[in-house]
Write a protein that binds this ligand. Structure first.
Ligand code: SF4
Length: 287
């Protein structure tokens, strides 16, 4: 049972492993369990199925989707590719399986800069997150054609509210997810993935942090460092889709095998290539 860092506290409490989408996708590919219960949103469970097609992958709540992933279709990416035939296609893992199937490599928020830097050629199509794309663009010397998608949950945060919190808590560090708007990311002391935020807050000597990502992360932060203070950057910093999964859905998944992810063999075969390429590039980057 895998749970994303944005899941409800009671789900994270009973999971075998919690993490960000990269960690969970790698872990899902390595486990020898026959059944994976993936508490997250659909694209994450699809990624687990793509990497482990012989396993049964269950998404406890079938309605848990990702609005950002739905902002680009395979047809739209196909058209974009035909306009830029020499571009290398980098897809954030927050994409549906048929979009991954048209991509050259995937990335996550923790490895996006390294992946875009490492891919061949000077032109990259980056989908679907414009905020992550513009963050990556700051660090790479390549032409980036960035899709106009965004995460409604992170995009909803405005720099004024973060600036106010920083004034009210001058000793706090602002740890921010790159799905936030560039003006918000520009205020950050550290920009990283959810697991990067959790690691940093645990190891750093500061005692107060402003957290620029979905509030489900507070569970791990407070569990790891009960003596530290964590302030969420914006009221209502909640992903409704991540909160759809409840304990009773997990029970139904375990007892009745609900809801199994099914993908066509053709999509699995094609979508596997960019995911495995990302994992191989990630391993090379950490060696
Ligand atoms: S937090 Fe944003 S990117 Fe993540 S699942 Fe929710 S809508 Fe999608």
């Amino acid at each position: 049972m895998l749970a994303h860092n944005y899941q409800r506290a009671e789900i994270q409490e009973i999971a075998d492993l919690t993490g960000d989408s990269y960690e969970l996708s790698v872990r899902a590919s390595r486990t020898d369990a026959a059944v994976i219960v993936f508490c997250g949103v659909r694209f994450m469970a699809e990624s687990a199925k793509i990497l482990s097609p012989g396993k049964t992958v269950l998404l406890p709540n079938a309605d848990a989707g990702c609005p950002m992933a739905d902002m680009i279709s395979a047809e739209e990416l196909g058209k974009l590719k035909s306009l830029h035939p020499d571009a290398y296609v980098v897809s954030y893992v927050n994409t549906n399986a048929d979009v991954k199937a048209l991509s050259d490599v995937c990335c996550t928020s923790s490895n996006a800069v390294d992946i875009v830097r490492a891919v061949p050629g000077n032109t990259v199509i980056f989908v679907p997150d414009k905020n992550l794309g513009s963050y990556v663009r700051r660090f790479v010397d390549k032409e980036m054609i960035i899709w106009d998608g965004y995460c409604p949950t992170h995009h909803h945060v405005h720099p004024e509210e973060v600036a106010l919190l920083k004034r009210q808590h001058p000793g706090a560090l602002f740890l921010c997810h790159p799905e936030c708007r560039p003006e918000v990311v520009g205020l950050a002391d550290m920009v990283t993935s959810t697991s990067g935020i959790i690691r940093f807050a645990k190891e750093d000597t500061h005692t107060e942090f402003i957290i620029g990502t979905e509030e489900g992360i507070l569970y791990q932060l407070r569990k790891n460092s009960p003596e530290k203070r964590f302030l969420i950057a914006s009221n209502g910093f909640v992903c409704p889709n991540m909160k759809r999964t409840r304990l009773e859905d997990v029970v139904a998944a375990l007892e009745q095998g609900r809801h199994e992810i099914r993908l066509s063999p053709g999509i699995i075969e094609k979508a596997r290539i960019p995911l495995e390429r990302m994992i191989a590039m990630g391993a090379a980057a950490t060696q």
